[in-house]
Ligand binder design. Structure first.
Ligand SMILES: [Zn+2]
Ligand SMILES: [Zn+2]
Length: 213
């Protein structure tokens, strides 16, 4: 499983754009390429993807974590190029995408062989549980339902190896004890504290970060 951050508040490569928002690209060996969230700005998202060698036309699955503009802003730009991708949105999201295959994720569901949605938690947001060679990696948008609730929901798929994504105001740091990968992105307010507490596990997030798991 290869996970590439394509849109974030920070970047790891000087030629990529930054912006308040989040998007990640997941390439599984045995499933269609998946885009998780779309950042705030379509032009910046597409430009970053082009520079990272990711073809938006080949994306087979788009998952929107929640209906905030910093996660949905690039969707229309992707859909102008990509006419076929299945789109997973939280069940409470008002979605008007005529002619598109839209799946409303209420309950937990399987998206592809190794990728699962937690379903919409707390009526606001879905996260991904991704099976990798090292264990379950949780992908979050902003973690509005609470990191603990998200980890609980994802743990039914196996031992959690790591978490990647926006953690918002999360500071119940002991909840991450035992994880091997902690990659706080986007809206995470306590990045420095997480880095200090988990120096071995911490990975700095930013557009262009590529993880093979
Ligand atoms: Zn956000
Ligand atoms: Zn949000």
């Amino acid at each position: 499983m290869k996970i590439t951050i394509v849109y974030d508040n920070c970047t790891t490569k000087a030629d990529l754009s930054t912006g308040w928002g989040f998007a990640a690209f997941l390439q599984a060996e045995n499933a269609a390429p998946l885009l998780f969230d779309t950042g705030a700005d379509g032009a910046a998202l597409l430009d970053n993807m082009r520079k990272l060698g990711i073809d938006p036309g080949r994306i087979g699955i788009i998952v929107i974590s929640h209906a905030h503009g910093d996660h949905t802003g690039g969707l229309s730009s992707i859909l102008e190029i990509n006419k076929d991708a299945e789109i997973y949105v939280p069940a409470s999201t008002v979605t008007r995408l005529p002619g598109r295959k839209v799946i409303m994720a209420g309950q937990p569901l399987q998206i592809s062989e190794d990728i699962f949605s937690t379903g919409e938690l707390q009526g606001v947001e879905q996260s991904l549980a991704v099976k990798t060679s090292r264990g379950i990696v949780v992908m979050t948008g902003c973690s509005h339902p609470g990191v603990g609730n998200i980890l609980n929901a994802a743990s039914c798929h196996g031992k959690i190896y790591g978490i990647i994504g926006g953690l918002h105001g999360f500071r119940d740091f002991s909840r991450l004890d035992g994880l091997s990968l902690i990659c706080p992105c986007h809206c995470t307010q306590y990045k420095e504290e997480l880095k200090y507490r988990f120096p071995e596990q911490y990975v700095a997030c930013g557009a262009g970060l590529e993880l093979e798991l």
